[in-house]
Design a protein around this ligand. Sequence first.
Ligand code: AMP
Length: 275
Amino acid sequence: MLISWTMETSLYSVRMRASSHGRHLAGAERLVTEVDVCAVTAALMQRAMRCPHGPADEIYCSVERIDSQMVLYAALPNLTTYEVQDWQEGRRAAHCLLVRAGVSSDVAARAVSLLANGAGPEGTVMRGAALLVAATGERLETDLGRGVRVSRMDLAPEFRPILEHNLAAAGLDHHRVQEALILAGKVLRAPGIVAELCWSDATDYTTGYVAAPQFGYQRISALKPAGDRRGGRVFFVNQPDISLAALVDYLERQAILFNASGTISPPEKWMAHNE
Ligand code: AMP
């Protein structure tokens, strides 16, 4: 629902996570106005109840009021899509894009293996992202099962129809693209961030991305074989430039609304000579 929006409008962070026998199944976060809280909560609950890898045996949904004076406004990153022949080429492309962004070659390779093998304890899927030092590969997150969960980000209400129209015009009207673009948009503005690597843990969604402050959100058409239950996110950071506490606080607590697009480029073939 679109309402007339002012800086004084109350905002609410709505978060959902679902699990089965302690295994992460689904999660989502929205930042919405008061009139949308009930509808969005119901939609996220429905998503949790219909989770393809379910049924969930625990679902948490929380609603928290946010001080709208503290909200940052920003533009989304540019979006590029690289078409690859298969997931093996996709992983080589991801490695190359990570190195271009400033991640050491060894660390980029280690991060790809980490997601391929399950980054959580005993090869499980993490609920959030792993945090790796870009130069050394040291893992910084304190809880290796939870990692860092980015939240309190969304589209500004008046901008949502514009982005949806632009994504649909580019053939990208999948809710996953929109949600990942918003998440990457927040991550790329974090202090000390060098890059992000992501592919989904959903068995039927094999597209992933590498995002970096200087290159934006770069989708890669395949990063894993269909049917693979593993996936996750890695955030690469510059050390000693960062304060870990400030970084995690920004990612988990700073509210941010996106009110402008970056460019959306047509898909291009990943060329082997790019590697
Ligand atoms: P998804 O894109 O929802 O399929 O999520 C893929 C993986 O990214 C999940 O398995 C989590 O490890 C991680 N993830 C999902 N949501 C978040 C989030 N809000 N913050 C950090 N990591 C996340």
